[in-house]
Design a protein around this ligand. Structure first.
Ligand SMILES: C[S@@+](CC[C@H](N)C(=O)[O-])C[C@H]1O[C@@H](n2cnc3c(N)ncnc32)[C@H](O)[C@@H]1O
Length: 164
């Protein structure tokens, strides 16, 4: 495992996020994640078949997952690569990337994704991420369920789930 040097402690999802998945998603399910790391990829790849969309080459090849390297293009992942490489079938999608830019691209390109899968949005305590979630819910005419991360009270971190 070749771990990048510029590791930030606040980047991985919290343990409650991982626990929610382990408690609610059957082992062996297929998970597509947008944004890999020690939280989701490392902790979930033992129990699930993972596909990880990653824009930063430093984070490609670090964990046990099928990487889809899609560098940023036009303020999102390179959409042509997503179209070609993301799997046809998956049970869950985790929205936790790309790095350091808005995730509104997920809404803008929602037709690329399986919106019948269980969708888990991290960081929905943040204004921009909540606003993106609201737009997704409105477009799909669905309601999300919000969860407080019990282990990260200081930042009041939340994640939200659709289709469960
Ligand atoms: C929010 S992070 C994704 C975190 C991942 N889902 C997890 O739970 O560990 C978004 C992007 O930041 C980068 N990254 C992942 N873990 C990181 C860390 N610990 N420190 C700095 N950057 C990280 C990767 O390029 C990743 O695609």
């Amino acid at each position: 495992m070749k771990i990048p040097k510029d590791i930030r402690k606040n980047m991985p999802v919290c343990d409650c996020f991982i626990k929610w998945i382990l408690d609610n998603i059957p082992k062996g399910s297929i998970i597509l994640e947008l944004g890999s790391g020690f939280g989701t990829t490392f902790k979930l790849s033992k129990s699930y078949k993972m596909y990880s969309v990653e824009d930063d080459p430093k984070w490609v090849g670090v964990f046990d997952t099928t990487y889809i390297y899609a560098p940023k293009k036009n303020k999102y992942y390179d959409v042509d690569i997503l179209k070609e490489k993301i799997p046809k079938k998956y049970d869950v999608i985790i929205i936790d990337g790309p790095k350091s830019i808005s995730r509104i691209g997920f809404f803008d390109h929602i037709d690329l994704f399986n919106t019948d899968s269980i969708m888990i949005f991290d960081d929905t305590n943040r204004k921009a991420d909540r606003s993106m979630l609201k737009r997704v819910c409105k477009k799909l005419d669905k309601k999300s369920k919000d969860y407080d991360c019990c282990c990260d009270r200081v930042q009041k971190k939340k994640f939200s789930v659709l289709n469960f």
